[in-house]
Design a protein around this ligand. Structure first.
Ligand code: SF4
Length: 259
């Protein structure tokens, strides 16, 4: 399995399909993966194959690593468009996530005040008030919503918590009052003899209804880009993504497509 793990706290900058020149922040261990989902398409690999044996970086270590990297970038004359929390799992699982966001805002303002701060999250920690508040302080809080069907969420995202449901997720996403970006991975394929497809008409119709309730400031749709740990998964074509995007745009949403 040739999935990717990041071996540092700060990585890049890389040119991201969705975000531009992005400096990556990994708040998770560097020898494995830590996530409250176990998505069948995860670029970091499946949780059971990526168990970690090291600790999470401390708030101070994250701050120092970022200052060091931004000092070097300033000396080289390279500016990031965005500082992106992603990495080897779910960044909002870090117990000091709120404080780390505060430090990052201050460091960003000191070095590159025009750079945005983004968090790519699976939306599972929004019930934690400090996580919710921290996500409201940054420019791009990008929350995962892959399906409105509990069965599909269990198949695609495989939440660790049996109590995780679409209804609870929707309630949390609506709390942002529109100050949120929704990210949706569309894909097709097969798993254990069952079809995997979150582009069916009932799924798309339900997804559009959910968007109308959440009122996100932007929607990012994309498909499989690299090798997936579950092999029988495949990309949705750019044309299919554009048709989905077109339907969302007709409802008034700003939609970006990465294929
Ligand atoms: S939420 Fe992200 S990191 Fe977690 S399993 Fe899914 S794709 Fe991987």
């Amino acid at each position: 399995m040739s999935t990717i793990l990041f071996d540092k706290i700060v990585f890049g900058p890389i040119r991201s399909r969705r975000l531009g020149v992005s400096l990556g922040m990994n708040l998770l261990p560097t020898d494995g993966k830590l996530c409250s989902f176990n998505c069948i398409y995860c670029e970091c690999g499946l949780n059971e194959e990526r168990r970690t044996h090291s600790k999470l970086p401390t708030r101070q270590e994250v701050k120092e690593a970022l200052i060091q990297k931004l000092t070097a970038m300033q000396a080289e004359g390279v500016a990031p468009d965005v500082i992106t929390f992603a990495g080897n799992g779910e960044p909002t699982m870090h117990p000091e996530f709120g404080g780390i966001i505060d430090d990052t805002l201050a460091t960003r303002d000191r070095f590159f005040p025009k750079a945005k701060i983004a968090v790519l999250s699976n939306s599972t920690m929004l019930h934690k008030e400090d996580v919710f508040q921290a996500l409201n302080k940054i420019e791009d809080n990008i929350m995962k919503l892959d399906s409105v069907s509990d069965d599909r969420i269990r198949q695609l995202n495989v939440p660790n918590a049996p109590s995780f449901t679409f209804d609870k997720l929707l309630k949390q996403l609506c709390r942002f009052d529109g100050n949120v970006i929704i990210q949706t991975m569309f894909l097709k394929g097969e798993l254990n003899g069952e079809s995997v497809d979150n582009t069916t008409e009932p799924e798309i119709a339900g997804w559009l209804e959910a968007l109308k309730k959440i009122k996100p400031k932007k929607v990012m749709i994309y498909t499989v880009d690299r090798e997936t740990p579950v092999k029988a998964l495949r990309k949705v074509t750019k044309e299919e993504l554009e048709i989905i995007a077109c339907r969302a745009r007709k409802e008034g949403f700003e939609v970006s497509v990465s294929a």
